[in-house]
Ligand binder design. Sequence first.
Ligand code: ZN
Length: 316
Amino acid sequence: MYKPWVIDGHCDSIGDYIQGKRTLKSGTEGGHWDLERAKAGGMALQIMACFIESEFKPDSSTRRGLELIHAVKRFVAENPDHVFMIHNQVDLNLLPNPNKLGLLLSVEGGEILGESLFMLDIIYELGVRALGLTWNQRNALADGAGEQTNSGLTRLGQNVIKRMNELGMVIDVSHLNEAGFYHVLELSNAPIIASHSCSYALCPHPRNLRDEQLKALARNHGIVGVNFYSRFLTEKGEGSLEHVVQHIAHIAEVAGVETIGIGSDFDGIDQAPRGLENAAKYPNLAEALLLAGFNKDEIEQIFFKNFRRLLGDVIK
Ligand SMILES: [Zn+2]
Protein backbone atom coordinates (compact mmCIF):
# COMPACT_ATOMS: atom_id res chain seq x y z
CA MET A 1 0.00 0.00 0.00
CA TYR A 2 1.14 3.54 -0.78
CA LYS A 3 1.88 5.16 2.58
CA PRO A 4 3.54 8.57 2.36
CA TRP A 5 4.79 10.39 5.48
CA VAL A 6 2.26 12.72 7.09
CA ILE A 7 2.49 16.04 8.88
CA ASP A 8 -0.84 17.01 10.41
CA GLY A 9 -1.33 20.69 11.20
CA HIS A 10 -3.92 20.30 13.94
CA CYS A 11 -5.39 17.81 16.39
CA ASP A 12 -7.09 18.34 19.75
CA SER A 13 -6.26 14.98 21.32
CA ILE A 14 -4.52 16.45 24.35
CA GLY A 15 -8.01 17.51 25.53
CA ASP A 16 -8.96 13.86 26.13
CA TYR A 17 -5.60 13.25 27.76
CA ILE A 18 -5.87 16.11 30.24
CA GLN A 19 -9.38 15.02 31.20
CA GLY A 20 -8.07 11.52 31.91
CA LYS A 21 -10.27 9.95 29.25
CA ARG A 22 -7.41 8.39 27.28
CA THR A 23 -3.65 7.78 27.56
CA LEU A 24 -3.32 8.34 23.77
CA LYS A 25 -1.24 5.18 23.55
CA SER A 26 -3.57 2.82 21.72
CA GLY A 27 -6.63 2.79 19.49
CA THR A 28 -8.61 0.56 21.86
CA GLU A 29 -9.40 3.65 23.95
CA GLY A 30 -11.49 5.20 21.16
CA GLY A 31 -11.14 8.73 19.77
CA HIS A 32 -9.37 9.58 16.53
CA TRP A 33 -5.69 9.95 17.35
CA ASP A 34 -3.13 8.06 19.43
CA LEU A 35 0.45 6.84 19.06
CA GLU A 36 -0.53 3.44 17.69
CA ARG A 37 -2.75 4.81 14.95
CA ALA A 38 -0.42 7.71 14.15
CA LYS A 39 2.30 5.14 13.42
CA ALA A 40 -0.06 2.98 11.36
CA GLY A 41 -1.04 6.04 9.31
CA GLY A 42 2.55 6.99 8.51
CA MET A 43 2.69 10.10 10.68
CA ALA A 44 6.03 11.91 10.98
CA LEU A 45 4.85 15.02 12.83
CA GLN A 46 1.76 16.07 14.70
CA ILE A 47 1.18 19.73 15.45
CA MET A 48 -0.45 19.29 18.84
CA ALA A 49 -2.91 22.03 19.70
CA CYS A 50 -3.61 23.20 23.23
CA PHE A 51 -7.19 24.36 22.84
CA ILE A 52 -8.38 26.57 25.68
CA GLU A 53 -11.97 25.47 26.28
CA SER A 54 -14.65 28.18 26.44
CA GLU A 55 -15.47 27.63 30.11
CA PHE A 56 -11.99 28.88 31.06
CA LYS A 57 -12.29 32.15 29.12
CA PRO A 58 -11.48 34.86 29.75
CA ASP A 59 -10.34 34.84 33.37
CA SER A 60 -8.62 31.45 33.62
CA SER A 61 -7.24 31.30 30.08
CA THR A 62 -3.59 31.65 31.01
CA ARG A 63 -3.81 29.08 33.75
CA ARG A 64 -5.65 26.58 31.52
CA GLY A 65 -3.26 27.18 28.61
CA LEU A 66 -0.27 26.46 30.83
CA GLU A 67 -2.00 23.38 32.20
CA LEU A 68 -2.48 22.08 28.63
CA ILE A 69 1.17 22.75 27.76
CA HIS A 70 2.14 20.86 30.88
CA ALA A 71 -0.11 17.98 29.81
CA VAL A 72 1.71 17.70 26.44
CA LYS A 73 5.02 17.63 28.31
CA ARG A 74 3.72 14.89 30.61
CA PHE A 75 2.61 12.91 27.58
CA VAL A 76 6.08 13.24 26.00
CA ALA A 77 7.79 12.26 29.28
CA GLU A 78 5.58 9.15 29.53
CA ASN A 79 6.45 8.06 26.00
CA PRO A 80 10.15 8.84 25.51
CA ASP A 81 10.66 5.95 23.07
CA HIS A 82 7.79 6.98 20.83
CA VAL A 83 7.68 10.78 20.62
CA PHE A 84 10.03 13.74 20.61
CA MET A 85 9.41 17.48 20.67
CA ILE A 86 10.33 19.76 17.79
CA HIS A 87 11.93 22.99 19.00
CA ASN A 88 14.44 23.99 16.33
CA GLN A 89 16.03 23.25 12.96
CA VAL A 90 18.11 20.40 14.38
CA ASP A 91 14.94 18.65 15.54
CA LEU A 92 13.22 19.34 12.22
CA ASN A 93 16.08 17.68 10.38
CA LEU A 94 15.29 14.43 12.20
CA LEU A 95 11.97 14.23 10.34
CA PRO A 96 10.73 11.81 9.24
CA ASN A 97 12.06 9.57 12.00
CA PRO A 98 10.75 6.01 11.48
CA ASN A 99 10.96 5.23 15.21
CA LYS A 100 9.57 8.37 16.80
CA LEU A 101 6.74 10.75 16.07
CA GLY A 102 7.60 14.44 16.21
CA LEU A 103 5.31 16.74 18.17
CA LEU A 104 5.18 20.48 17.67
CA LEU A 105 3.47 22.39 20.44
CA SER A 106 0.79 24.85 19.41
CA VAL A 107 -1.69 26.96 21.37
CA GLU A 108 -5.16 27.59 19.95
CA GLY A 109 -6.19 30.94 21.36
CA GLY A 110 -4.19 34.11 22.10
CA GLU A 111 -6.12 34.28 25.39
CA ILE A 112 -3.20 32.41 26.92
CA LEU A 113 -1.23 35.67 26.77
CA GLY A 114 -3.65 37.45 29.05
CA GLU A 115 -3.07 40.91 27.65
CA SER A 116 0.71 40.79 27.94
CA LEU A 117 3.27 40.50 25.19
CA PHE A 118 5.90 39.05 27.54
CA MET A 119 3.75 35.92 27.89
CA LEU A 120 4.61 35.12 24.26
CA ASP A 121 8.28 34.82 25.24
CA ILE A 122 7.29 32.70 28.24
CA ILE A 123 5.34 30.18 26.18
CA TYR A 124 8.14 30.14 23.60
CA GLU A 125 10.55 29.21 26.35
CA LEU A 126 8.15 26.43 27.35
CA GLY A 127 8.46 25.02 23.83
CA VAL A 128 5.43 26.48 22.03
CA ARG A 129 6.24 27.07 18.35
CA ALA A 130 2.81 27.93 16.91
CA LEU A 131 -0.08 30.11 18.05
CA GLY A 132 -3.59 30.51 16.73
CA LEU A 133 -4.36 34.16 17.43
CA THR A 134 -8.02 33.58 18.25
CA TRP A 135 -10.64 30.92 18.54
CA ASN A 136 -14.08 31.91 17.26
CA GLN A 137 -14.57 34.79 19.70
CA ARG A 138 -12.99 38.21 20.06
CA ASN A 139 -9.96 38.46 22.32
CA ALA A 140 -7.33 41.08 23.15
CA LEU A 141 -5.46 40.35 19.87
CA ALA A 142 -8.17 40.17 17.24
CA ASP A 143 -11.70 39.03 16.35
CA GLY A 144 -12.50 35.39 15.71
CA ALA A 145 -14.39 33.96 12.73
CA GLY A 146 -17.57 33.76 14.82
CA GLU A 147 -17.78 37.55 15.27
CA GLN A 148 -19.69 39.58 12.68
CA THR A 149 -17.08 42.33 12.47
CA ASN A 150 -14.70 43.88 10.02
CA SER A 151 -11.92 44.72 12.45
CA GLY A 152 -8.31 43.79 11.99
CA LEU A 153 -5.77 43.20 14.75
CA THR A 154 -5.56 45.32 17.89
CA ARG A 155 -2.31 47.07 18.79
CA LEU A 156 -1.41 44.09 20.99
CA GLY A 157 -2.26 41.70 18.14
CA GLN A 158 0.06 43.63 15.81
CA ASN A 159 2.87 43.47 18.37
CA VAL A 160 2.29 39.74 18.75
CA ILE A 161 2.80 39.24 14.99
CA LYS A 162 6.04 41.23 15.09
CA ARG A 163 7.35 39.27 18.07
CA MET A 164 6.29 35.90 16.58
CA ASN A 165 8.29 36.79 13.47
CA GLU A 166 11.31 37.64 15.62
CA LEU A 167 11.09 34.47 17.69
CA GLY A 168 10.40 32.21 14.71
CA MET A 169 6.92 31.09 15.69
CA VAL A 170 4.28 29.85 13.26
CA ILE A 171 1.29 32.20 13.00
CA ASP A 172 -1.99 30.31 12.67
CA VAL A 173 -5.00 32.22 11.27
CA SER A 174 -7.51 29.36 11.08
CA HIS A 175 -10.10 30.84 13.46
CA LEU A 176 -9.51 34.49 12.60
CA ASN A 177 -12.09 36.72 10.92
CA GLU A 178 -11.47 37.77 7.31
CA ALA A 179 -10.22 41.29 8.08
CA GLY A 180 -7.78 39.86 10.62
CA PHE A 181 -6.57 37.31 8.08
CA TYR A 182 -5.58 40.06 5.61
CA HIS A 183 -4.13 42.22 8.37
CA VAL A 184 -1.81 39.37 9.42
CA LEU A 185 -0.68 38.86 5.82
CA GLU A 186 0.10 42.56 5.55
CA LEU A 187 2.17 42.53 8.76
CA SER A 188 3.95 39.18 8.79
CA ASN A 189 7.35 38.88 7.17
CA ALA A 190 7.15 35.07 7.30
CA PRO A 191 4.77 32.50 5.78
CA ILE A 192 1.67 31.76 7.87
CA ILE A 193 -0.70 28.83 8.18
CA ALA A 194 -4.42 28.25 8.40
CA SER A 195 -3.84 24.98 10.22
CA HIS A 196 -7.35 23.51 9.93
CA SER A 197 -9.73 25.11 7.40
CA CYS A 198 -11.36 24.21 4.07
CA SER A 199 -12.62 25.94 0.91
CA TYR A 200 -15.46 28.46 1.27
CA ALA A 201 -16.33 28.10 -2.43
CA LEU A 202 -17.20 24.43 -1.85
CA CYS A 203 -18.75 24.90 1.59
CA PRO A 204 -19.64 28.44 2.68
CA HIS A 205 -18.83 28.38 6.38
CA PRO A 206 -17.15 31.32 8.17
CA ARG A 207 -14.29 29.00 9.21
CA ASN A 208 -13.43 28.27 5.56
CA LEU A 209 -11.26 30.36 3.24
CA ARG A 210 -12.56 32.16 0.16
CA ASP A 211 -10.67 31.76 -3.14
CA GLU A 212 -9.19 35.26 -2.76
CA GLN A 213 -7.86 34.30 0.68
CA LEU A 214 -6.36 31.09 -0.71
CA LYS A 215 -4.60 33.09 -3.43
CA ALA A 216 -3.28 35.58 -0.87
CA LEU A 217 -2.04 32.67 1.25
CA ALA A 218 -0.22 31.26 -1.80
CA ARG A 219 1.51 34.63 -2.39
CA ASN A 220 2.71 34.49 1.23
CA HIS A 221 4.02 30.91 0.65
CA GLY A 222 1.61 29.92 3.40
CA ILE A 223 -0.34 26.71 3.83
CA VAL A 224 -3.90 25.68 4.54
CA GLY A 225 -4.28 22.37 6.36
CA VAL A 226 -7.47 20.80 4.98
CA ASN A 227 -9.87 20.03 7.82
CA PHE A 228 -11.84 16.73 8.07
CA TYR A 229 -14.88 18.21 9.84
CA SER A 230 -18.18 17.39 8.09
CA ARG A 231 -19.60 20.89 8.57
CA PHE A 232 -16.60 22.45 6.80
CA LEU A 233 -16.57 19.82 4.04
CA THR A 234 -20.19 19.85 2.91
CA GLU A 235 -23.41 21.76 3.47
CA LYS A 236 -25.37 18.53 3.27
CA GLY A 237 -25.04 15.46 5.41
CA GLU A 238 -21.98 13.58 6.46
CA GLY A 239 -18.49 14.32 5.20
CA SER A 240 -16.49 11.66 3.39
CA LEU A 241 -13.03 10.97 2.04
CA GLU A 242 -14.31 12.12 -1.37
CA HIS A 243 -15.22 15.54 0.05
CA VAL A 244 -11.68 15.94 1.40
CA VAL A 245 -10.33 15.08 -2.07
CA GLN A 246 -12.68 17.69 -3.61
CA HIS A 247 -11.44 20.41 -1.26
CA ILE A 248 -7.81 19.52 -1.99
CA ALA A 249 -8.47 19.54 -5.75
CA HIS A 250 -10.20 22.92 -5.56
CA ILE A 251 -7.44 24.53 -3.49
CA ALA A 252 -4.82 23.06 -5.85
CA GLU A 253 -6.61 24.70 -8.78
CA VAL A 254 -7.00 28.08 -7.09
CA ALA A 255 -3.78 28.38 -5.10
CA GLY A 256 -1.47 25.56 -6.21
CA VAL A 257 -0.49 22.24 -4.66
CA GLU A 258 2.32 23.92 -2.72
CA THR A 259 -0.30 25.76 -0.61
CA ILE A 260 -1.97 22.59 0.71
CA GLY A 261 -1.39 20.54 3.84
CA ILE A 262 -3.41 18.29 6.14
CA GLY A 263 -5.23 19.75 9.16
CA SER A 264 -7.34 16.84 10.37
CA ASP A 265 -8.82 18.42 13.53
CA PHE A 266 -8.92 14.86 14.91
CA ASP A 267 -10.46 14.70 18.40
CA GLY A 268 -11.73 18.25 17.93
CA ILE A 269 -14.57 17.10 15.67
CA ASP A 270 -17.48 14.96 16.78
CA GLN A 271 -17.38 12.73 13.73
CA ALA A 272 -14.55 12.08 11.28
CA PRO A 273 -15.41 11.53 7.61
CA ARG A 274 -16.22 8.13 6.15
CA GLY A 275 -12.96 6.58 4.98
CA LEU A 276 -10.85 8.84 7.24
CA GLU A 277 -12.16 7.76 10.60
CA ASN A 278 -8.88 8.09 12.48
CA ALA A 279 -5.14 8.76 12.13
CA ALA A 280 -4.44 5.24 10.82
CA LYS A 281 -6.47 5.98 7.68
CA TYR A 282 -4.19 8.53 5.96
CA PRO A 283 -3.13 5.95 3.31
CA ASN A 284 -6.78 5.88 2.16
CA LEU A 285 -6.49 9.58 1.36
CA ALA A 286 -3.22 9.01 -0.53
CA GLU A 287 -4.87 6.28 -2.63
CA ALA A 288 -7.91 8.48 -3.30
CA LEU A 289 -5.70 11.35 -4.44
CA LEU A 290 -3.82 9.02 -6.82
CA LEU A 291 -7.17 7.97 -8.28
CA ALA A 292 -8.17 11.64 -8.61
CA GLY A 293 -5.10 12.25 -10.80
CA PHE A 294 -2.54 13.66 -8.35
CA ASN A 295 0.94 12.22 -8.83
CA LYS A 296 3.07 10.90 -5.98
CA ASP A 297 5.24 13.99 -5.79
CA GLU A 298 2.14 16.19 -5.41
CA ILE A 299 0.68 13.89 -2.76
CA GLU A 300 3.95 13.92 -0.83
CA GLN A 301 3.94 17.73 -0.99
CA ILE A 302 0.42 17.83 0.45
CA PHE A 303 1.13 15.18 3.08
CA PHE A 304 4.59 16.22 4.23
CA LYS A 305 6.86 18.45 2.15
CA ASN A 306 4.84 21.67 2.21
CA PHE A 307 4.57 21.81 6.00
CA ARG A 308 8.19 20.68 6.33
CA ARG A 309 9.29 23.53 4.02
CA LEU A 310 7.23 26.12 5.92
CA LEU A 311 8.51 24.99 9.32
CA GLY A 312 12.04 25.12 7.93
CA ASP A 313 11.42 28.70 6.80
CA VAL A 314 9.83 29.89 10.05
CA ILE A 315 11.36 28.06 13.01
CA LYS A 316 14.85 28.99 14.17
ZN1 ZN B 1 -9.99 24.80 15.91
